[in-house]
Design a protein around this ligand. Structure first.
Ligand SMILES: *Cc1c(COP(=O)(O)O)cnc(C)c1O
Length: 400
């Protein structure tokens, strides 16, 4: 039996996987055009063009491009009129920005537990978390799997809540044939380096409500109003405009997205079958109402009884040593961060979120764009770890 790389053996793989981000002459040409136009900032016409294209592609009427996918959430909360002391329900399994945006608005994040199968906000836990102070909910399409929008929208409508979809993981993902980000009052996307469409940094807010679009645009552009004078400021705003450079790159990235989504879906099907057969990992389950999964994260759950003593963290460490990039998992739900010591919040603990942080991990989405022989290296690494799990667990026990 081959020795695990973590125990001094040869890794399964030394070659890198597919490079990220992907670019070609279309990005190169687009950036040069912005350079030569001398309109480098947010008023380059490519920004408005990108906003419209991205919104149309995602079944929404309006797009407001922004500096990143965190200020888009802050802008949405401001435009929706969220006030200090209001409660906003968020899932505990997400990037910190989802909950931090609520704190930045002076509001109170209320954590409602996740569904153990999709890892998204559980509709029942969401409903139970509502109080007379609840004003909004931010479902996250975690890893690219759309949240249960049927149930969440229905409950939100019943209680008059604002819905802001955090679609930072879900470019192009569809729920019942319609793109996510178009269901709530707002949909928020990120174009940060690791996301499935990127300009290094960037974000966009989608809405189909003209009044909300005007307010969000105003908040993100110094409180200006459409048609107003340059030095006319009608509300408190800030500057989080996206630049011309980024819009130019993002138009090329958007053109590439559908093909990449298809490839990710193909690879997910291949991996699901092969990794499931390894017998100790649960591949991602996809709700039948999901018609396109974004597969930003390929999430696996370790069966804690299958290989006694093998922790998620030891598995992740062993995988990295075998040359599989980007394997990681959250150390704790987002509310476990020290930051929350200093701010009011509610709803913890969330047992499913806690379990997620012990049993679940993901691999970087470059792997989802790889070719089948590369995927087989990933599977080989998993099988190799399974076959040497007892030895790995005993060595780790001695080392600690
Ligand atoms: C990446 C991310 C954001 C915000 O992203 P920026 O890095 O600020 O663009 C927000 N929510 C989630 C879930 C994210 O993963």
């Amino acid at each position: 039996m081959a020795t695990l790389a973590l125990l001094g053996g040869q890794p399964v793989r030394r070659k890198p996987f597919a490079c990220w981000p992907v670019f070609d002459d279309s990005e190169r040409q687009a950036v040069l055009e912005v350079l030569e136009s001398r309109a480098w900032g947010g008023y380059n016409p490519k920004v408005a063009e990108f906003e419209q294209r991205f919104a149309t592609f995602h079944d929404a009427r309006f797009g407001i491009a922004a500096a990143n996918g965190t200020v888009t959430l802050e802008t949405a909360l401001a435009a929706a009129g969220i006030q200090p002391g209001d409660e906003v329900i968020v899932p505990p399994i997400t990037f910190v920005a989802t909950a931090a945006a609520v704190l930045r608005a002076g509001a109170v994040p209320v954590f409602a537990d996740i569904d153990p199968v999709t890892y998204n906000l559980a509709p029942q836990r969401f409903a139970e978390a509502i109080t007379p102070r609840t004003r909004a909910v931010i479902p996250v399409h975690f890893g690219g799997h759309p949240a249960d929008l049927d149930a969440i929208l229905q409950t939100a409508a019943k209680h008059g809540l604002v819905v802001i979809e955090d679609a930072a993981h879900a470019h192009g993902a569809c729920w019942r044939g319609r793109k996510v980000g178009s269901f709530g009052h707002f949909g928020s996307f990120s174009f940060q380096q690791s996301k499935t469409m990127t300009a290094g940094e960037g974000g966009i807010l989608l809405t189909s409500d003209a009044e909300l679009a005007e307010r969000a645009r105003s908040v993100s552009n110094h409180g200006r109003r459409t048609g107003g004078a340059w030095y006319e400021h009608v509300r408190l705003g800030t500057n989080c405009r996206l630049t011309g450079w980024q819009a130019a790159v993002l138009m090329a990235q958007l053109a590439r997205l559908p093909g990449q989504l298809e490839k990710r879906a193909r690879n997910a099907a291949i991996l699901g079958e092969k990794l499931g057969a390894a017998g100790f990992l649960a591949p991602p389950a996809v709700d039948e109402r999901v018609t396109v999964h974004g597969f930003y994260l390929y999430i696996l759950r370790l069966d804690p009884t299958a290989l006694p003593g093998l922790s998620r963290d030891l598995l992740v460490e062993a995988l990295a040593a075998e040359g599989i990039p980007g394997a990681s998992g959250y150390p704790h739900p987002v509310y476990g961060n020290k930051l929350f010591d200093a701010y009011p919040h509610r709803g913890i603990p969330c047992p499913e979120a806690e379990r997620f942080c012990c049993e679940c991990f993901w691999v970087s989405h470059e792997i989802m764009l790889a070719d089948e022989p590369d995927l087989d290296d990933f599977v080989r690494a998993i099988v190799k770890i399974r076959d040497s799990a007892a030895e790995l667990v005993s060595m780790a026990g001695k080392a600690s």
